[in-house]
Design a protein around this ligand. Sequence first.
Ligand SMILES: [Zn+2]
Length: 68
Amino acid sequence: MADYYVNKNAQANGDHEVHISTCDRLPDRENRLYLGNFTNCHAAVREAKKHYSQSDGCYYCSDECHTS
Ligand SMILES: [Zn+2]
């Protein structure tokens, strides 16, 4: 299990990246939204999409869910 966060700010391509709490690329506290504790990034991205329809796994910590 891991704590997942989504970046409140979109990337240049419009994606809101989903990170685990230990990722080097985790946004600053004011720029991230806590999603919850999940067993995998797929569940976390599903939750993130309730907030931001264009959400995607981080290339570094959630490569399995990184699509673009
Ligand atoms: Zn990450």
